[in-house]
Design a binder for this molecule. Structure first.
Ligand code: HEM
Ligand SMILES: N[C@@H](CC(=O)c1ccccc1NC=O)C(=O)O
Length: 296
């Protein structure tokens, strides 16, 4: 008798099978009784995660829409966790751990870029059936996404107000707005490494988005002109460029997927929709790292 067939959990042949009579359930030595100890689902909080999908429409495709966003939010949560640690490591001049985390964040972003392929299986009529149920909700109100933009330096004080309804999220975002970004920390590291960064750049208004600075450009140029001497800063610069490149692809896939699904309709969040998202393609997170390349 094939052991695999008759001892598979839930296999009707297992129940009452003579080979198993009188024996307690067994499967390749695996622990099967979790009445008293922590199981997979307990550890991962799957009760909460898997009971958090509440489609509002009768449309089959809404489950895809919900899960696509929920998984994106989970990955954004991890990116924030990593980027906060990157910022702290840069402050402490610990570059090696920061490199590992930056590489991880870039790979997560790549994964989110490819995730658009799944959502793009949803056609305009399929989405049109769901859209009326979304009301005024929009990804524009994603608090974690806004925090990610802020930690990367794309600050925007006006958008913090969106989260006033949720004091905890609002406080976190407001703190992030006032905190130097990961890129600001990289610039401070350049200064600590002996590069002449303008004092105004080192004590700027942190609530403003990153603006290109000639002294920072000259410093990064110095790094790229003598990579042997400044290897760690060179590696940091390239990791940041990797991350920004992945983020640019994400923005591009967002706008092209949106154009494919809703064309040029106004967004549920109140913006012009695809045209607004196209403008966001002009955002440059780490301006000097791209500008210096022309001078090499
Ligand atoms: C059918 C799919 C989607 C459509 C039609 C769509 C549409 C839009 C539109 C029109 C906007 C502009 C804001 C507005 O007025 O609503 C927007 C913003 C946004 N969406 Fe989506 N979106 C889709 C999927 C996603 C997914 C999967 C995510 C991932 C989390 C996402 C995240 C965001 C974010 C973060 C913003 C704000 C961007 C910014 O302010 O720069 N969207 N989306
Ligand atoms: N802004 C989208 C709606 C939308 O995409 C959305 C709505 C609720 C939750 C997440 C969403 N995704 C990204 O914006 C629209 O205008 O159709």
């Amino acid at each position: 008798m094939n052991e695999q067939a008759n001892t598979r959990p839930g296999c009707p042949m297992a129940a009452g099978n003579d080979d198993n009579a009188g024996k307690s359930a067994e499967w390749h030595g695996a622990k099967l009784d979790f009445k008293e100890s922590m199981s997979y689902g307990d550890y991962l909080g799957l009760d909460q995660i898997l009971s958090a999908q509440h489609p509002l429409s009768p449309n089959h495709n809404e489950m895809l829409f919900i899960i696509q966003h929920q998984t994106s939010e989970l990955w954004i949560k991890l990116m924030l966790h990593e980027m906060q640690a990157v910022r702290q490591n840069l402050r402490e001049n610990k570059l090696q751990p920061a490199f590992k985390m930056l590489a991880r964040v870039a790979r997560i972003m790549d994964q989110l870029v490819h995730a658009w392929d799944v959502l793009a299986t949803m056609t305009p009529p399929e989405y049109t059936a769901i859209r009326p149920y979304l009301g005024a909700s929009s990804g524009f109100q994603s608090f974690q996404y806004r925090q990610l933009e802020f930690i990367l330096g794309n600050k925007n004080a006006t958008l913090v107000g969106v989260h006033e309804k949720f004091p905890e999220a609002h406080a976190i975002l407001d703190r992030e707005l006032h905190t130097p970004s990961v890129y600001d920390e990289a610039v401070m590291l350049l200064a600590r490494s002996g590069f002449a960064v303008a004092p105004e750049r080192l004590a700027r208004d942190w609530t403003r988005p990153t603006e290109p600075d000639d002294s920072v450009k000259a410093a990064w140029l110095g790094v790229y002109q003598d990579t042997e001497r400044h290897w760690a800063l060179y590696e940091l610069a390239e990791k940041l460029v990797d991350l920004e490149t992945a983020f640019r692809f994400w923005r591009f896939r967002h706008v092209t997927t949106v154009e494919r699904i809703i064309g040029f309709k106004t967004g549920t969040g109140g913006t012009s929709g695809a045209s607004y998202l196209r403008k966001m393609l002009d955002v440059v997170l780490f301006p000097e790292l791209f500008a210096l390349r022309t001078a090499l």
